[in-house]
Design a protein. Structure first.
Length: 155
């Protein structure tokens, strides 16, 4: 069960680039939800998924500390990408935006900030703690969501 959670539902086992694969899978899932679900099921489904991801994210630092030896941020741990990518897409999910290009931009923004780790994101990542494994991706998701919100508003 721990591996299922930490590997982002086993997506972290896929190669190459498990973080990118996981982020792309999350993006595809949420785009399909936005595109296919009727409005009366959309918010229930979105809320359920968001709560499940939030819970898994909250327990992840404990699981990382308990079951992973240092270095904590191994390529197979991708629950942080699930959480960060979800946050980055929230503006589109909330507004039920069906623009595939914006979803791909949200994916690209999150991956850019997650890989390059500018400023505070890099500082958090450099702490090398179980909590920092998750927090740097949450912050990358927040920055990506802010930029994506501006882009969506302009379009």
């Amino acid at each position: 069960m721990t591996d299922l959670i930490l590997s982002g539902f086993f997506l972290g086992r896929l190669k190459p680039a498990p973080g990118t694969i996981t982020s792309l899978a999350v993006t595809a899932l949420f785009f399909l939800i936005t595109l296919l679900l009727p409005t009366n099921l959309y918010f229930l489904t979105l809320t359920s998924l968001f709560l499940a991801i939030s819970l898994l994210t909250a327990i992840s630092p404990y699981l990382i500390q308990k079951f992973t030896k240092t270095p904590y941020d191994k390529p197979t741990i991708t629950i942080d990408e699930v959480a960060g990518q979800t946050i980055s897409l929230l503006p589109l999910l909330i507004s039920q935006n069906k623009n595939l290009l914006l979803f791909l931009v949200g994916f690209a923004l999150f991956r850019l900030f997650d890989i390059k780790k500018p400023l505070l994101i890099g500082h958090i990542d450099s702490l090398h703690t179980p909590l920092s494994v998750i927090l740097d991706d949450l912050l990358a998701g927040i920055v990506s969501a802010a930029i994506l919100s501006l882009l969506a508003a302009l379009l």
